[in-house]
Design a protein around this ligand. Structure first.
Ligand code: IMP
Ligand code: MG
Length: 178
């Protein structure tokens, strides 16, 4: 399949749309079978918007809720190490069974920030679900409960993931070409 160019970089296809659908279905099935009741999904914008939209339609748990927060830590193809809160959480999380929805977990800095945001909120439980995970880049101890696919430490775009804000609309996931 065709390579694409975004800004100054070339990308080649890595996870085709059909495989993404299978991955999303497998995460949905795992969540549906986990025994979690009345979940509140918290989607991390911008990257996870397509993942959230697709997985929500496959969740069959009664009284499922969804909300959104916006965080940013990436510049270009690298993590900056600081996580900025662009849209925060303004609702009551007390007694909620929260499932965080991430597009990709890389260093884990964003995850640490998210778990700090959940502290002192008297939540009932916290689980993490991510479409993609880069185990070689992950430096934290927080367990990740639902992983769609583990990938090597390569920069990827498409299906919500961006390279300096573009590429989110691509239906397939692409990786940086060397
Ligand atoms: P972390 O804080 O280093 O774990 O990075 C998490 C966030 O950085 C993700 O939610 C993405 O928004 C972004 N990110 C990490 N890796 C990639 C990538 O390969 N492509 C695009 N965005 C990425
Ligand atoms: Mg993100």
């Amino acid at each position: 399949m065709k390579d694409i160019k975004l800004h100054d970089k070339n990308f080649e296809i890595y996870i085709p749309e059909t495989e993404i659908e299978e991955i999303v279905s497998s995460v949905a099935t795992a969540i549906n079978n986990s025994g979690i009741e009345n979940p509140l999904f918290i989607t991390v914008l911008n990257g996870a918007f397509l993942f959230a939209a697709d997985i929500m339609r496959k969740i069959t748990i009664p009284n499922t809720e969804i909300s959104f927060i916006k965080l940013a830590s990436y510049e270009g193809t690298k993590s900056t190490g600081t996580v900025n809160e662009l849209i925060g959480l303004n609702q009551d999380l007390k007694n909620k069974n929260i499932i965080i929805l991430e597009d990709i977990i890389d260093t884990g800095n964003t995850l640490v920030k998210l778990t700090e945001m959940m502290k002192n909120k008297e939540i009932s439980s916290l689980k993490i679900a991510t479409l993609l995970f880069k185990p070689e880049a992950y430096t934290k101890e927080i367990p990740i409960d639902f992983i769609g696919k583990s990938i090597p430490n390569k920069f990827v775009v498409g299906y919500g993931l961006d390279y300096d804000e573009i590429g989110r609309n691509l239906p397939h996931i692409y990786k940086l070409k060397n």
